[in-house]
Design a protein around this ligand. Structure first.
Ligand code: TYD
Ligand code: MG
Length: 479
């Protein structure tokens, strides 16, 4: 039919173009989207990939290398090596902040590049100045380059942090060439902080600072310097409204480690989370509190989450959720109010799917014999969270049963798993990530579907449940 004709045509077209050198004689213009980094061959008002308006900017033409150069000869030979371990762990430098080191997987790796993203005002500059001061005090060189603040401002912050006496070398600069020339003089420092990569520019690259080509080009040169000289390089990255590091995703591909610094600005707690780490695990987090003298480490973060939860309350269950690729602990609260009159009971949900709540209530009724039909049911996900993770079912059920029976759940227990219409508790993804996060935050018990990986997590006793009636028995029995 029509399809067969198209196949025939494309075959012909391919044949015509097989002499591609003549076909691609003129380098084509290319346009790069400043929001998502996708490349288009002609300018258009809206990016075809991410639908952002007015984001396409002309980039340097892609040269067809094979036209000008023959790449198949004339190069130096490279050594191809075996896969056997050489037994050398990468050399690391401590930042003097155990929580920072933990998020890095054990400190800064010599010659590595780290990208730190976070909302404005969250404390990125503060944390990095504290780390730079610690490293400088330990006798290793630390350089802090700010593209956003004058040295006087950085000095003022250092005074506030009580580290003004640390021999950190400061500069306010944005020209990558100046920075690299300066860093190339004398002994290379152990730590280089660039605050932020979006303010850097190179006179070799077209476009304003912050554009994809500038950010990519400057990051490339800085990373190359760090790798050659064995310095640890930290690039601060701005974050867009939706929480991604501004500029191209390529930046995340170029660096060895990506860290996100998170928290509510109105709240004092901050979490430093590894999103990518070529030298260690990514599910480690570092917890800090922002105070009048900078960021203080929180060695026992469960105190943070359990504050206000000293007395366990009926109807509250803690759920280790996965947000995108990140684990986060969320409290689910349920309230069940028995109605005296025959009025239609209300069901209200904040932060979760109302249809799913109705389904779970029906499952509890038909599989476990629990009667919610003459009671009003309210469900709330604390902290204004919206949950989309199907593993929330079990925590919701635990909160509902606890509320109905007026029996508080154990304060240090977490609940996760998907519930089927038949009343089975189904396996979910990322069990070990959920359990590690729970253990890190001081939760030592977990109830969930049968999972082999659960046994490998230290510090958490795991209660594998396959059917909902068993969960109800556990709660009635005081789990
Ligand atoms: P900053 O490190 O400048 O944030 P970022 O670099 O991520 O934009 O921190 C800014 C906020 O932190 C600012 O609102 C003031 C507050 N802060 C403190 O509360 N205590 C301190 O000791 C310091 C230095 C800052
Ligand atoms: Mg800053």
């Amino acid at each position: 039919m029509a399809g067969a004709g198209e196949w025939g045509n494309s075959g012909l077209a391919f044949h015509k173009c097989s002499n591609y050198r003549t076909a691609m004689a003129k380098p084509k213009k290319r346009y790069v989207c400043q929001a998502c980094g996708s490349v288009a061959t002609r300018w258009q008002g809206q990016c075809g990939e991410c639908q952002e308006w007015n984001s396409l900017v002309e980039d340097a033409p892609a040269t067809v290398f094979s036209q000008k150069h023959d790449l198949s000869s004339g190069g130096r030979l490279i050594a191809l090596e075996g896969m056997e371990e050489t037994g050398e762990a990468p050399e690391r430098i401590g930042t003097g902040l155990a929580e920072f080191d933990r998020a890095l997987g054990g400190g800064l790796v010599v010659g590595s590049a780290i990208l730190m993203g976070g909302d404005p005002g969250i404390g990125k500059s503060t944390l990095l100045l504290q780390a730079a001061a610690n490293i400088a005090k330990s006798g290793r060189g630390a350089v802090y380059i700010s593209g956003e603040e004058a040295p006087a401002q950085v000095r003022m912050r250092a005074r506030r942090l009580g580290v003004a006496d640390a021999p950190v070398r400061l500069a306010s600069a944005t020209n990558a060439r100046d920075i690299l020339t300066t860093l190339g003089q004398g002994e290379p420092p152990a730590l280089i902080v660039i605050d932020s990569i979006q303010t850097m520019f190179s006179d070799q690259i077209e476009g304003a600072p912050g554009t994809v080509s500038q950010v990519r080009g400057c990051a490339f040169e800085l990373i190359r310097f760090a790798k050659e000289c064995g310095s640890a390089l930290v690039l601060v990255g701005h974050v867009t409204k939706d929480g991604n590091i501004a500029g191209p995703r390529v930046l995340e591909h170029m660096v060895d480690v990506v860290l996100a610094f998170e928290g509510e600005r109105s709240h004092q707690y901050r979490i430093l989370r590894g999103l990518k780490n070529r030298f260690g695990p990514v599910d480690e987090i570092g917890v800090f509190a922002m105070g009048a003298e900078g960021l203080a480490e929180i060695a026992n973060p469960s105190s943070l989450f359990l504050s206000g939860r000293e007395e366990p309350v009926a109807g509250s269950a803690v759920f280790p959720a996965i947000e995108g690729t990140r684990p986060v602990l969320v409290e689910i609260q349920a309230l069940v109010v028995r109605l005296q009159s025959g009025a239609t009971p209300r069901r209200a949900v904040v932060g979760w799917d109302g249809g799913r709540l109705a389904m779970l209530l029906a499952v509890l009724e038909s599989r476990c014999g629990l009667n919610f039909s003459s009671a009003e049911v309210y469900l709330n996900v604390a902290g204004g969270y919206r949950l989309a993770d199907p593993a929330a079912d079990l925590a919701v059920v635990a909160a509902l049963v606890s509320a109905l029976a007026d029996r508080p759940l154990a304060a240090r227990a977490t609940w996760f798993g998907e519930v089927s219409l038949a009343g089975e508790i189904r396996p979910v993804a990322h069990t070990s990530m959920r359990l590690r996060e729970a253990a890190k935050l001081g939760f030592d018990r977990a109830h969930g579907p049968p999972a082999d990986e659960a046994a490998t997590i230290k510090g958490v006793s795991y209660d594998a449940l396959d059917l909902l009636p068993k969960l109800v028995d556990r709660i009635m029995g005081g789990a």
